[in-house]
Design a protein around this ligand. Structure first.
Ligand code: NMX
Ligand code: MLT
Length: 438
């Protein structure tokens, strides 16, 4: 198969690079770990190598070396559209080469071929209580399909270690093929009385999601889906969802287990769920002012919130130290297509007023917006008003990155992850007499 071959041919060189680094430079020190870092969420400690993407604090994400604006320009687009297809992006993430139109189409066709979701997944989702959060449903659907894992069926010691990646790739293509249908099913189950619309074979993966929730006639919304699914796909290898998936897959759990774990991490309000929290917060602000506030009133209001210890969702980041280019891409989209939207006007006002206030607090390391500061407001504009669904859309996209990481981790033979913990008493002893203890 095209993708297998394209990856296979690169592996001798990649493996040699890893071998040379570990054997010839294995004792090279990349960094130290401080007590503060151990207690502070391992912030800044390098724990992964990821060639799928890299997050520069001052520039933002590059996927396989390409910034978001470069991806928008260079990736293949569906006829007559201005935003790339997810198929081309997935090819780039997996193969590490800019796809031709045919390459992008190859992935889109593979997805169509593998897109049918087993009936038991629908049964499981239907059996869950109505109050179940869409992210719980999404993670359950992915986990349930571990039953389909080609990797797990072939494991049993029969496949040599350096061949694991091939069945990981099979699982990854099979899983990602089904994501738009699963997300649409969850949306329809929860908010549209179980409406069922089969996929349209003439549409790309991203637009098919729009079609399956009954929005197939809205060209702008289909463009938004394409943009959304490209820009959320990866954020280097050590954010919560990427790390969770990598950790679980390092035990040779299959891609379905690993991705379900990644989604569970994405479901936290400090990570992917911030998009739903941000929309909730924007609606509260608008309700408080009974419309769009005067900038001075908004400044006072935000200041009061921060003085009271509130966390403003959509602002700040563990790595970024600038406006998230994903936020910028969505802002540009909204400026291009949307006029007179109160919530988006509020997003822009907050963007102008909040960063100096966050900076003035002195402790917030990044006062700038991340992607979640705008995603909800745009979805809301296009009629996706059920904001507990937003993180599912993030997750559909993020599984492209998580699976690409998983395939390459197996291809490069990464071992089981097992860092080390110690006790508070040990640390207390170490800091008393550092030289002696070490
Ligand atoms: N509003 C108010 N206070 C903040 C904010 C914010 N948006 N961001 C950081 N702080 C506070 C933070 O609570 C901490 O206070 P304290 O020392 O009293 O505990 C202090 O500033 C230092 O935090 P940082 O080192 O700047 O941030 P950290 O790396 O720990 O956390 C986030 C990063 C993203 C978790 C944090 O900025 C945050 O909670 N933001 C809001 C939630 C959010 O938007 N998450 C989305 C992340 C992106 N994503 O898509 O997943
Ligand atoms: C992400 O997209 O994963 C978030 O911005 C969080 C992160 O990078 O830590």
């Amino acid at each position: 198969m095209l993708i297998h071959d394209k990856i296979d041919v690169q592996l001798p060189e990649w493996r040699e690079r890893v071998r040379s680094l570990t054997k010839e430079h294995g004792s090279y020190k990349v960094g130290d770990v401080t007590v503060e870092q151990i207690y502070g969420g391992i912030r800044g400690v390098i724990i992964q190598v990821s060639d799928i993407s890299y997050l520069d604090p001052y520039e933002g994400i590059r996927l396989r070396g390409y910034s978001i604006p470069e991806l928008m320009e260079k990736l293949p687009k569906w006829d007559g559209t201005s935003v790339p297809t997810a198929g081309g992006l997935y090819y780039l993430l997996l193969v590490d080469q800019l796809p031709t139109n045919e390459d992008a189409q190859f992935i889109e066709d593979e997805w169509k071929r593998r897109g049918e979701v087993p009936q038991y997944v629908w049964n499981i989702l239907r059996a869950m209580p109505e109050t179940t959060h869409p992210m719980t449903l999404f993670s359950q659907a992915v986990l349930a399909m571990a039953n389909e894992s080609v990797f797990a069926k072939n494991y049993s010691g029969r496949v040599p270690k350096n061949g694991y990646w091939k069945t990981y790739l099979e699982d990854s293509l099979n899983l990602t093929a089904k994501l738009p249908a699963i997300a649409a099913f969850i949306y329809n189950l929860k908010y549209q009385n179980g409406l069922y619309i089969p996929p349209d074979p003439n549409l790309d993966w991203s637009a098919n999601f729009a079609h399956m929730i009954g929005r197939g006639d809205d060209e702008e919304f289909k463009e938004l889906c394409r943009l959304f699914f490209v820009i959320h796909s990866d954020h280097e290898g050590a954010n919560v969802s990427a790390h969770a998936t990598a950790l679980v897959c390092s035990a040779l759990s299959d891609v379905y287990y690993g991705c379900s774990a990644g989604l569970d991490g994405l479901a936290g309000p400090l990570h992917g769920l911030a998009n739903q929290e941000c929309l909730r917060w924007l609606l509260d602000v608008r309700e408080h002012f009974d419309g769009l506030p005067d900038p001075n009133d908004l400044r006072d209001y935000l200041k009061d919130q921060l003085d009271a210890g509130a966390i403003i969702p959509g602002y700040g980041h563990a790595v970024l130290r600038t406006t998230d280019p994903r936020f910028t891409a969505l802002l540009e989209f909204s400026r291009k297509y949307i006029v007179n939207d109160e919530l988006l006007a509020l997003v822009e006002m907050v963007y102008e007023i909040l960063p100096p206030l966050l900076s003035a607090m002195g402790k917030v390391k990044n006062p700038w917006p991340n992607v979640d500061a705008i995603t909800g407001a745009i979805q809301y504009h296009y009629g996706i008003k059920e904001f507990d669904f937003y993180t599912v859309l993030f997750g559909v996209s993020r599984l492209l990155g998580l699976t690409a990481h998983a395939v390459w981790s197996r291809a490069l033979g990464k071992p089981i992850e097992r860092p080390k913990s110690l006790t508070t008493h040990m640390l207390e002893e170490m800091v008393k007499e550092p030289e002696l203890v070490r």
